[in-house]
Write a protein that binds this ligand. Sequence first.
Ligand SMILES: Nc1ncnc2c1ncn2[C@@H]1O[C@H](COP(=O)(O)OP(=O)(O)O)[C@@H](O)[C@H]1O
Ligand SMILES: [Mg+2]
Length: 408
Amino acid sequence: MIVVGMLSGTSADGLDVAVCEIEVGPTTTLAVRRHEAVPWPDGLQERLLAVLPPARTTVGEIAALDHAIGRVAADAATGHDADLVAWLGQTVFHGISGGRATGGLQLGQPAWIAEATGLPVVSDLRSTDIAAGGHGAPLASTLDALWLAGDAAQRSSTRQGGPDTRIALNLGGIANVTVVAPIDPSTPREGNPRTTRALASSPHVTAFDTGPANCWLDVVAQRATGTAYDVDGALAASGVVDDGLLRHLLAEPYYAAPPPKTTGRERFTAPALDAAVAHAAPGIADADLAATLVALTARTVADACRAHGAVEVVGSGGGMTNPTLRAALAAELDPVPLVPADDRGLPAGAKEAVLTALLGALTWHGVPGVLPGATGSTTPRVLGRISPGHRPLRLPEPVAAVHRLEIR
Ligand SMILES: Nc1ncnc2c1ncn2[C@@H]1O[C@H](COP(=O)(O)OP(=O)(O)O)[C@@H](O)[C@H]1O
Ligand SMILES: [Mg+2]
């Protein structure tokens, strides 16, 4: 089937769209037909950023944005000759308290997409997992585990030595990692083999957010240069890391907390950054602040990767197009290589949209969209809700299990 996967990430920089041909089965195949980034129409990003925590807003503005985003998503979903649309929406709130998700909100009314395309739409992909005891995030673990475990198993069978642990990293507004230890057929698996509908359940998948990737850097760039982000890392490249501020920022307890853990812009707000600067480096130059934030991301991501003994980190997300951030991260990770997702068959800028398409296809075929333990829930569920298109819903026969993903 042809599935359009769409989302706008925590950077709130516009829609990422991927049109994928997916066949769901024990070995699921996925080919990216095309992908694009669709900027928000004039004024919408400003309205969106204005309601993000810690700002105050009104129910009326949230309702208006829900429909405005839905209409943009409807336009982006149209004309792809697809069978299904999967829509992660725009996250505006990710509530965590005491290590548990208390609720979140994704905007972008799917009815507009169903109306404009006539297609069924799978949306609200996080709430089911939250209700089942998970964080509803990072959902990337599903794609990452099937993709990298299969790939690594294939590689390690061609040479001596045990299978390797690899990490998929996404550098969006927030950075998240999926630690994937390949399923080794020679060692007995922990837990019960799942015979019911399931993703291949590996006990060796851990996924969590490491902390900010671009969200604070974007704030500094906006203030210093008036651009939405630090274009090509120029501002950070011209600055020097302030060690005192870096130490102060690294003292944030989130970084040392054990997984499962997820976070969002609620924690890494502009006022929180301003308070840290006022405490540790008042009057710091914009370029030095940008350089320090790049160092913060590089250090926190590399620490998380080192803690899990990965032999390779496969990077995606907009942060991979920032050469300064990428170089700082590669230096921190050394000798573990930082490989762009493109080198492993997925376009780095579209990986999350591809993931969304995969999640939609899994739901459509009755397959749970999370791996046991990956998001904190121990009971994987079929995710999301389905808006019918112009025709009555006819779901295919459920697929019993998905063990592997082949990217074509
Ligand atoms: N050319 C570039 N130079 C520097 N940073 C970039 C560049 N392109 C993208 N980015 C960064 O990537 C971010 C968007 O990445 P994205 O993966 O879409 O994040 P999210 O999923 O949170 O929306 C931008 O906000 C910006 O910080
Ligand atoms: Mg984005």
